[in-house]
Each structure stands twice: as structure tokens, then as C-alpha cells.
Write a protein that binds this ligand. Structure first.
Ligand SMILES: [Zn+2]
Ligand SMILES: [Zn+2]
Length: 290
């Protein structure tokens, strides 16, 4: 069965219509655990078995502690969390330290400790629930990975319009993403899945938080054909210095990155708009919004 890519949260902060970064792949895998995770019902949360954390920043981990509190009953599995050593160290020292929150790596649920932490490296490949997750390094203020997802994927947002793919499906993409606080874009956007044979694997790429530059261009080009690229844009063009300092992106940096790609992704989803700058960012990204 196709694994649906469901963006539960895509804001770069708090106060937008959407929560912060959390992407569900199928029913049981999450990429990041920002406040968007809180939109799931408890029974949906209890289906989550794997969480890949791209980095330790609060907007990407905020809901992890309280989510885990729901995993002591009504489940028959442990939660496997995959993170860089830097992220694991920060989680252990500052969150799951028996002061801010219990150490869930020692708190017993029905199947043993509720939380299992697994150290990952920037080049690792994880096979989870029949889908391949490949990590790649990006350039942020702390160690961070982007995630490439290959498998039988269903891009919920793009295809939710049902019939009439192409222009109307793409417009639906824009509307749905706008409602959840993200700008949608198209690079000749035919919603993914429409033109692919049944057996073809789809490719979703999430950059996580990163600034523009050679590393990102190189890593994205290495990934080859991309169906949906979810790329961040945090600050408007006027705040270029701030974007460079905090290692995020502006609309101009997004455009430069897209121009540097040898193959244009079929769709581009722009994420991580900082709520304070959202109106201005939407103006500056208008050429991407469908
Ligand atoms: Zn960050
Ligand atoms: Zn972030």
C-alpha cells in the first residue's frame, strides 16, 4: 500500500496556522517531531513506531516528549528514534534528564523501555516499513541532516484534489499547503504519481533547515530525479544577513538553489516560513505560488 506523505506541521515557528515541522510517512514513521505532531489523535500517535530527527532545534523536537507519554498503554511496540550523536546528546542532557522530562530510555512500557535512541550518520540508509530513508548532510548551525524518501509514496496534498491533475491538482496543492502555512510552488508541477507507472518508486526529499551553497547543491544533485522537493525558506530577502548567520534561506537563496539543480524537481514545496515574516515571504515567493 502506498505510504502517504502527510505534512502535519511546516511552520518555522509558532503562531502560524500550522504547527512546526513534522512529516508523517505512512502511518508509522515521522520525520521530525515539531508541534505539528499534536494534530494527530492519540490512536494515530500510537501507530508511530519510528521517528527520524533531522536535528536538535526545538521546533523539530518540541512534541517528542509529550508524544512519548502516550505510548505507555494501548501500544505493543517501542518507539525507535533515529538521530545524530549531537541530537541524542542534547536530548539526553537537556530533555530526558529526569528533571525536564523522565528518561524514557529507562521508563518501562508494555514492551520494555518506551524510547530507543539509535545513533545515525549523515550517509545512513534506513529501511522502515518498506520505504527507504537516506540521510544527507546539510549546512545549518548545528549538525543536521536532510532526508530522501524513496518508495511507493502517495503525496496526499498534491493528489487530494482527486480528478483533474495537472493544473487543477497543482492548484489544490497550493491551496492545501497555504492552509497549513506553507507556500507551494511548481517547477512545471504535475502532481506526482499522475504520470508514473504503478511500479515506479516515488522520491520525496526534505532539506530540513539549511542555508544555500555548494553542499546543498551537491547533495541535491546527487539525489537525481526528485518528485517533490520540500525546501525551507525562513527569512525575506531583506534579512539576508540574518539568514546567513542562522544558516537558513531567503527566497533568493531558494531560487539560486533551484537554478543549480541539474534536474528540476516535479514539485517544490516551500516550508519553514517564520511566522513574523510570513506575509512578506509570501509576496517574495509569489512566483512560486500556484
Ligand atoms: Zn534548525
Ligand atoms: Zn527549524
Amino acid at each position: 500500500m502506498a505510504q502517504r506523505i502527510h505534512v502535519l506541521g511546516c511552520s518555522g515557528g509558532m503562531g502560524a496556522e500550522s504547527g512546526s515541522t513534522c512529516i508523517r510517512v505512512g502511518e508509522s514513521v515521522l520525520i521530525d517531531a515539531g508541534t505539528g505532531l499534536s494534530t494527530l489523535r492519540v490512536d494515530e500517535m500510537r501507530k508511530i513506531k519510528h521517528v527520524i530527527l533531522t536535528h536538535a532545534h526545538m521546533d523539530h523536537i518540541a512534541s517528542l516528549p509529550m508524544f512519548l507519554s502516550n505510548m505507555f498503554e494501548g501500544v505493543n511496540h517501542q518507539v525507535q528514534v533515529y538521530a545524530l550523536s549531537h541530537t541524542i546528546e542534547k536530548l539526553k542532557n537537556h530533555i530526558f534528564n529526569d528533571e525536564i522530562w523522565p528518561d524514557f530510555t529507562r521508563s518501562m512500557g508494555p514492551c520494555g523501555p518506551v524510547l530507543n535512541l539509535h545513533e545515525i550518520q549523515p550517509r545512513d540508509e534506513l529501511q522502515l516499513e518498506g520505504t527507504t530513508f537516506t540521510l544527507f548532510p546539510v549546512d545549518h548551525t548545528i549538525p543536521t541532516v536532510g532526508v530522501s524518501v524513496r518508495g511507493d509514496l502517495d503525496f496526499a496534498v498534491a493528489l487530494s484534489a482527486g480528478e483533474g491533475l495537472g493544473a487543477s491538482g497543482a492548484a489544490a496543492t497550493s491551496e492545501a499547503l497555504n492552509n497549513s502555512g506553507t507556500a507551494a510552488t511548481s517547477e512545471g508541477a504535475t502532481p506526482t504519481g499522475a504520470t508514473k507507472p504503478e511500479s515506479a518508486k516515488a522520491h520525496f526529499v526534505f532539506t530540513s533547515d539549511t542555508t544555500a551553497g555548494e553542499l546543498l547543491n551537491h547533495e541535491l544533485n546527487k539525489l537525481g530525479d526528485i518528485d517533490v522537493l520540500m525546501i525551507e525558506c525562513s527569512f525575506p530577502n531583506e534579512n539576508h544577513e540574518l539568514a546567513v548567520h542562522t544558516k537558513h534561506m531567503t527566497p533568493k537563496m531558494v531560487d539560486a538553489t533551484l537554478r543549480a539543480l541539474e534536474k528540476a524537481p516535479r514539485s517544490v514545496w516551500i516550508t519553514h516560513l517564520k511566522p513574523s515574516f510570513e506575509a512578506k515571504l509570501r509576496q517574495q515567493l509569489h512566483h512560486h505560488i500556484l
